[in-house]
Design a protein around this ligand. Sequence first.
Ligand code: NZQ
Ligand code: ZN
Length: 385
Amino acid sequence: MQNFEFHNPTRVIFGVGQIASLAKHIPSDARVLMLYGGGSIKTNGTYDEVRAALAGHTVLEFAGIEPNPKYETLMQAVELIHREKIDFLLAVGGGSVVDGTKFVAAAAAYDGDAWDILKIGGKVIKAALPFGAVLTLPATGSEMNSASVISRAETQEKRAFMSPHVYPRFSVLDPAKTLTLPLRQVGNGVVDAFVHTTEQYLTYPANAPVQDRFAEGLLQTLVELGPQVLARPDDVEVRANIMWSATMALNGLIGVGVPQDWATHMIGHELTALFGLDHAQTLAIVLPGILQIRREAKRGKLLQYAERVWGLKNGTEDERIDAAIGNTRAFFEQMGVPTRLSGYGLGPEAIDATVAAVEAAGLTGLGEHRDITPADVRKALQLSL
Ligand code: NZQ
Ligand code: ZN
């Protein structure tokens, strides 16, 4: 196991009805800006619960943060913050709203050109406004991590940044608020959490059995509960366990002391930027191909994954690896997330464009060994035509 330092400062407030306790986590004299998306929180009651809980606070609003949140939109929130002397932010929504709020929190406290945060990276951030989150879509882990992914419409770029200054102060996770998710978003969430786990687990053995078994526990839980949430969408207990799995998949815990991959995510971001696919849809396309072309470098962990997650014990090593990759693809399909470009009306020309974008973004050495080239990206995508 590698050396590591682990500190996660986000307070998690979990369970049905917990929005009512919001007020005590926000200073009573704060000028609060509530940020949200396209309106789902108004139709499912979350908006009303938040406003009722903060009845004693000064609360302004910024609506319209879109999925794959846009820099152009978020800069309008930054202006509002300066104009209205806002000193606390509250994100209410899915990963896009939480990510957007992280960027706004950092940009509002940044003196230079705010695009630096994405171009140069989170290290330029020396301070950020404090913020909390009320999560309505389990998927990204953004509610308990220091990462954010922002898109720039003008240049078709999608870039990530990380900074210890943008951990949420707290996140309220009420699984009942996820009951109104369209099935497409339910499937997306399960796939995203699954791939966050594999990015930190399916690399090479690092003698880290605690992280391995936590990761395997999350993967098994998602494989077990994914079909259950589709069969019983009104079951709050199933929703609760999926929600906690998604948070645990990317709050840093399973990634300490181990090598990490993230090639699937980096390639996936380019697919979203070019073709507007949902984040998880891109992962479902990319991961099976990446596992296939990296089967030698990942052999040890792929065999462990095959046995411990999928119970595959018979056959040759190569047969078990093929079966594990096949099961992974089938699981994503079962969750309603197509794993082939053709499932989204895309063909070989999409591969050319993605490889060119990967190259243009300087992503020439991806994966845990930093050796996945654009030519490898092409091979991986060709397996998912
Ligand atoms: O905008 P509204 O009306 O709220 O509707 C949203 C949106 O259309 C809807 N929704 C959310 N909660 C709902 C609901 N509809 C009904 N009932 C509810 N309870 O769902 C749609 C998608 O929302 P979005 O926030 O975009 O989804 P998700 O949480 O999957 O976030 C995706 C974004 O997170 C980034 C992705 O790249 C993408 O931009 N990621 C962030 C990460 C991080 N910060 O660590 C890591 C991830 O790998 C990922 O890259
Ligand atoms: Zn993701």
